[in-house]
Ligand binder design. Structure first.
Ligand SMILES: NC(=O)c1ccc[n+]([C@@H]2O[C@H](COP(=O)([O-])OP(=O)(O)OC[C@H]3O[C@@H](n4cnc5c(N)ncnc54)[C@H](O)[C@@H]3O)[C@@H](O)[C@H]2O)c1
Length: 253
């Protein structure tokens, strides 16, 4: 399966890896030579992707992981080490969206979004660092959003969660740079994925979002996976604490 071999010999764990941006990233990392751990709640989709990658000659393992559960993280890291012997890259990609404004957001909804989008990234980072230290370094790739950089008329909890991921990543980068553990955030713009499909199907929404995007199209999961591959590879060995915006020019205006 090895095409360019840009991440040959590396072991990468991708949360929310069963589909969408995480699925495209798992596929691309495997194509470029990494062994990938697909970690998600969605067992059927995750196992199916594991099979597809393996049948294409790649190395993949599905593990069921709830990113909010610290014991699940212990099991996922153990499964990674049992199958592939080490961990070099973690893509903290699992996330949930919630579109309500401040007054319409219940405390339960706020706590849910923060648990998956922020606590999940914290627990993943905390679980990965000891293994990266043993491996002599590593790359932590946290999926934020353009909504972690700019506001909008909706999605209060989501904005807050993605802003937290952005600055948590920089603090991780500074704390672990001396150990050659890099941490960067990725900021996708509007992307077609299972998360956004229902919203993009509402008449007018797709056109409105494309209309706001200077490059004049919706992003695809593969557009984001290409940036994740760069941050996972040695091509980005001097890159830490940075924000990779992949948004078709949306936040440049
Ligand atoms: N699609 C977009 O327009 C867009 C834009 C900016 C940022 N993002 C971010 O990109 C990331 C991936 O989103 P996507 O668009 O591929 O969405 P998606 O819904 O297709 O993928 C998210 C994945 O996370 C998994 N997940 C959810 N909760 C989980 C949990 N508790 N434990 C483990 N896995 C869990 C889901 O099962 C799913 O497979 C998210 O962090 C999202 O916020 C997406």
């Amino acid at each position: 399966m090895q095409e360019g071999g840009r991440v040959s010999g590396k072991v990468a764990l991708v949360t929310g890896g069963a589909g969408g941006i995480g699925g495209a990233s798992a596929r691309l990392l495997a194509q470029e030579g990494a062994a990938v751990v697909i970690a998600d709640l969605l067992a059927e989709d995750g196992r199916s992707l594991e099979t597809q990658i393996t049948e294409a000659g790649g190395r993949a393992l599905f593990v069921r992981l709830d990113v909010t559960d610290e014991e699940d993280w212990d099991r996922a890291i153990k499964a990674t080490l049992n199958s592939f012997g080490k961990l070099d890259v973690i893509v903290n990609n699992a996330g949930v969206s919630h579109r309500n404004g401040v007054e319409e957001t219940t405390l339960d909804a706020w706590d849910w979004v923060m648990a998956v989008n922020v606590k999940g990234v914290f627990l993943g980072t905390k679980a990965a660092i000891p293994e990266m230290r043993k491996a002599g370094g590593g790359s932590i790739i946290n999926i934020s959003s353009i909504y972690g950089m700019v506001g909008s008329a909706t999605s209060s909890a989501y904005h807050a969660s993605k802003g937290a991921v952005r600055i948590f990543t920089k603090s991780t980068a500074i704390q672990y740079a001396s150990e050659n553990i890099r941490a960067n955030s990725v900021h996708p713009g509007f992307v077609d994925s299972p998360m956004t499909r229902a919203h993009h199907d509402v008449p007018g929404i797709n056109e409105e979002r494309v209309g706001k995007t200077p490059l004049g199209r919706m992003g695809q999961p593969e557009d984001i996976a290409a940036g994740i591959l760069y941050l996972a590879s040695e091509e980005s060995s001097f890159v830490t604490g940075s924000e990779l915006v992949i948004d078709g020019g949306m936040t440049a205006q």
